[in-house]
Write a protein that binds this ligand. Structure first.
Ligand SMILES: Cc1cc2nc3c(=O)[nH]c(=O)nc-3n(C[C@H](O)[C@H](O)[C@H](O)COP(=O)(O)OP(=O)(O)OC[C@H]3O[C@@H](n4cnc5c(N)ncnc54)[C@H](O)[C@@H]3O)c2cc1C
Length: 419
């Protein structure tokens, strides 16, 4: 079957790889000159099924107000006359009940855990390298209240069978020896030994090369303008600035830019860009750098070792599609990494980046079939697109082939929004 994939972030590229491996004829359209140059470029590097949970949860509205008042705030809202933003925000608030949180988390964990297994199998099959580490992740608490507050999370982890360790201050140090010099800054942590880390950009680039070896054609520098369709045939072509492209099946994997392109087809996709930032610091003293990911719970900033670099990522900013690099956000990231890893590297030599998380209000991505028989979606992966990429690729390849995926698709398609 001929399949056209729109977008070559980590999601579109993973879908392309698994489809090609299953024997399909795949073309990928991408406006950038290479894969993973937008949101999949500079993320925090966590492959973390253990932390798969929606942002919308009980108590979050009150926490959000507190966060916005902090000096190094993890949440920034720039009020705009953007109906999509308000609609998305209200819908997110409606997802803050305990019942919805549990439903949404269950759906996310289902895909994230499957994805971790697919990533392991992919490594074993291909030997793909991407500065990967399998040393777990550590959520670090600066206050006793935060540490005591883990009781609820621990219940959820227990119920989902996710291995975990609750650690006191001394207990954190063997896993992250560089923290020994700043022990007074924290009281303990929650470690998830099953989590992994790695560079999403390197992974996507390497996977694109493997996909090419299986026959995938990447068309870079192509701007997608519209998805053409009619009532009888469904999608008939994709119009771009390089002409029209046709196929038997079409997969939309355009991250935050997906809703605008499917809206004329009558599909309302509540995916909104939630801006995040990262800095990448060259390591000057490996003993002063993290071993894996340390997630600073106070500032919601993740500090991750990626080869000879430290990636520091965080902040949720609602400000539409604006890609301006805010100096204030950089200050927050620099503050966290110099506070916890003062000797790891020099933040003056860091590069600064921003990306738009394609977020749904319930945290769960939108993958699989639509009402239009030859059109499928693979977007809305929000905070966890890197974690969920391999599993998404496998699921989409099964669906295109008409096979039942290994995981239940309940609650993962656009049907949950009536789309
Ligand atoms: C600060 C930050 C930290 C993060 N940390 C983590 C983490 O630790 N772990 C994790 O799992 N996830 C993390 N994420 C989330 C993760 O990065 C995203 O979920 C993921 O990259 C989304 O991938 P995607 O392929 O859907 O989107 P993208 O990477 O944005 O890909 C979409 C592609 O479509 C192309 N495109 C869009 N419009 C057009 C058009 N009109 N024509 C042609 N091409 C087009 C774009 O160029 C782009 O390449 C983080 C995100 C941010 C911002």
């Amino acid at each position: 079957m001929q399949v056209l994939i729109l977008g070559s972030g980590v999601i579109g590229t993973s879908v392309a790889y698994y489809l090609a491996r299953a024997g399909h004829e795949v073309t990928v359209l991408e406006r950038q000159p290479a894969p993973a140059l937008e949101t999949s470029f500079g993320n925090a590097g966590e492959v973390s099924p253990g932390y798969s949970a929606p942002w919308a949860g009980p108590g979050v509205p009150v926490k959000a107000i507190k966060w916005m008042l902090m000096q190094h705030s993890p949440l920034v809202i720039k009020p705009m006359l953007d109906p999509a933003m308000w609609h998305w925000g209200l819908s997110m608030l409606r997802n803050c009940t305990q019942a919805r949180y549990e439903t949404n988390k269950g759906r996310m964990v289902r895909l994230a855990e499957y994805s971790r297994d697919c990533l392991k199998a992919l490594r074993a099959d291909t030997g793909i390298r991407y500065d990967e580490r399998m040393q777990g992740t550590l959520q670090l608490f600066r206050t006793q209240q935060q540490l005591d507050g883990t009781a609820k999370d621990v219940e959820v982890l227990k119920a989902s069978g996710v291995p975990y360790q609750v650690l006191d201050r001394e207990g954190c140090v063997p896993y992250e020896p560089a923290l020994a010099t700043v022990k007074e800054k924290f009281v303990g942590g929650l470690r998830l030994p099953g989590d992994e880390t790695g560079d999403c950009f390197k992974f996507t680039q390497a996977l694109a090369r493997l996909a090419e070896a299986h026959g995938v054609k990447f068309r870079f520098g192509v701007n997608i303008q519209a998805i053409e369709h009619n009532a009888g045939q469904g999608v008939t072509a994709v119009r771009t600035d390089a002409g029209h492209f046709t196929a038997d099946r079409y997969v939309v994997a355009l991250g935050s830019y997906s809703p605008a392109l499917v809206r004329p087809l009558g599909i309302r996709l509540p995916v909104y860009p939630v801006k995040g930032f990262s800095i990448t610091v060259p390591i000057t003293d490996a003993r002063g750098a993290p071993e894996s990911t340390v997630m600073d719970e106070t500032f919601k900033v993740a500090v991750t070792r990626l080869g000879d670099r430290i990636r520091v990522g965080g902040t949720a900013q609602l400000s539409g599609f604006d890609l301006k690099l805010d100096a204030g956000r950089r200050d927050t990231l620099e503050h966290v990494v110099t506070d916890l890893f003062p000797k790891g590297g020099n933040v003056r030599d860091a590069s600064f980046w921003t990306g738009l998380r394609p977020m749904t209000p319930d945290g769960t991505p939108v993958i699989g079939a639509t009402r239009i028989p030859n059109l499928m979606l693979s977007t809305g992966h929000g905070t966890l697109g890197w974690t969920m990429a391999a599993g998404t690729g496998r699921v989409m390849a099964d669906l295109v082939a008409g096979r039942s995926p290994d995981i239940d698709m309940e609650g993962l398609t656009v049907a949950r929004y009536g789309g």
